[in-house]
Design a protein around this ligand. Structure first.
Ligand code: MG
Length: 371
């Protein structure tokens, strides 16, 4: 039942190290399972998405966010007759390269690297995790994932310039990624734009009135809910409205992507790659709703004064620890001291910090920088 323009396993560019087929799991299902069994995947549980555990232990963390993105991606890929196994593996791996403390940690790590004329990028880091850092197999380093999963890690959310990244040449940077990978960036948006409204409201950082007024997709859905359930408690009306927003975004992405694929006349996954633009997209009406919701979250949640203190602390922890290890490399674990001889000290410290969970980096900070 796969669409002709879906990624078909028999056209896969395969693994770096050829392996015999598994008797009852196909290669993308095996990649999905390799990601789930990776250490870096398990650590997502203790990494901040937006809120630290200080707020509540039922808010999203990077792991539960990843699971939400995965389920939404499976639904959309299935409705479009795309390769659901590939989409699932890509969604599960999409945030694996994120450092502790969410965006604040990423920003601080990149700033620390820029002092050494280097940089930190979570997609490039994710590729190094699956290619190099995860060591589970005797025959090769890394997870030996199929080409399509590695390509999706690099290309799902960002177009890297082929001239600036000669090391990524094998990932066909001049071509678009398959639809399965194109979807991930948009389902990521759907997942966090709705989840962050939910957690932000629950944390009392966002008010129902503000959301209704400034996020039109939500406001319209809420009016409909009020008509149907006038006497329901606010929190349940909120949930009903948010569910409608999520469904609206998902439904639009499915329909509009299908329409664009039909209009473009593409027939195969290679046509999708060679098409001059990405074909997975929201309609212009829903795209502007998505932007309004994102804008609202930036202004009222991500950059809110309530979260500012915690973000400053997070940046301080990352940059102080980075500076400490630059000055005291002998206190790094022995294997990282060895790695520094090959990769240089800044990159090695960056890799070490990027892999940490929030509690582990706080422990390290206390140990090395605590007064
Ligand atoms: Mg994400």
């Amino acid at each position: 039942m796969l669409a002709p323009y879906a990624v078909h396993l028999e056209h896969s560019r395969g693994r770096r190290f050829p392996e015999p087929h598994h008797p009852y799991r196909n290669d993308y299902q095996r990649d999905r399972d390799r990601v789930i069994h990776a250490r870096a995947f398990r650590r997502l549980e203790a990494k901040t998405q937006v809120f630290t555990r200080r707020y509540s232990d039922h808010f999203r963390n990077r792991l539960t966010h990843t699971l939400e993105v995965t389920q939404i991606s499976r639904t959309i890929a299935g409705a479009l007759n795309l390769n659901v196994d590939l989409a699932e593996a890509l969604a599960l791996v999409h945030d694996i390269g994120h450092p502790p403390f969410g965006h604040a940690g990423e920003k601080a790590l990149d700033a620390a690297m820029r002092e050494h004329a280097l940089s930190f990028d979570h997609n490039l880091h994710a590729l190094r995790i699956v290619e190099d850092f995860e060591q589970r197999y005797a025959a090769f380093r890394g997870l030996n994932l199929t080409f399509e999963v590695r390509e999706g890690i690099i290309k799902h959310s960002h177009d890297y310039d082929a001239k600036e990244h000669p090391e990524l040449a094998e990932y066909l940077l001049d071509l678009r990624p398959p639809l399965e990978a194109q979807l991930i960036d948009l389902t990521d948006e759907i997942a966090y734009n709705t989840a962050d409204l939910d957690d932000g409201y629950e944390a009392h950082l966002l008010t129902l009135d503000d959301i209704r007024e400034e996020v039109p997709a939500f406001g319209n859905a809420f009016e409909e809910v009020v008509r149907i359930y006038p006497d329901a408690p606010d929190k349940l009306k909120f949930n009903e409205a948010l569910k409608r927003v999520l469904n609206r975004f998902v439904d639009d992405l499915i329909r509009n992507t299908q329409k664009r694929v039909n209009d473009a006349g593409v027939r195969t996954a290679e046509d999708i790659r060679r098409h001059p633009m990405r074909l997975a997209a929201f309609s212009s009406a829903v795209e502007s709703e998505r932007k309004q919701s994102k804008q609202f979250l930036y202004e009222n949640l991500y950059f809110s004064p309530s979260l500012a203190g915690e973000k400053d602390e997070a940046e301080e922890v990352v940059s102080d620890l980075f500076a400490y290890w630059m000055g005291h490399p002998e206190t790094l674990p022995r294997n990282y001291q060895e790695k520094a001889k090959e990769d240089g000290l800044p990159r090695t410290i960056c890799d070490y910090i990027a892999g940490m969970t929030d509690p582990f980096i706080l422990e390290q900070y206390e140990k090395h920088c605590g007064s």
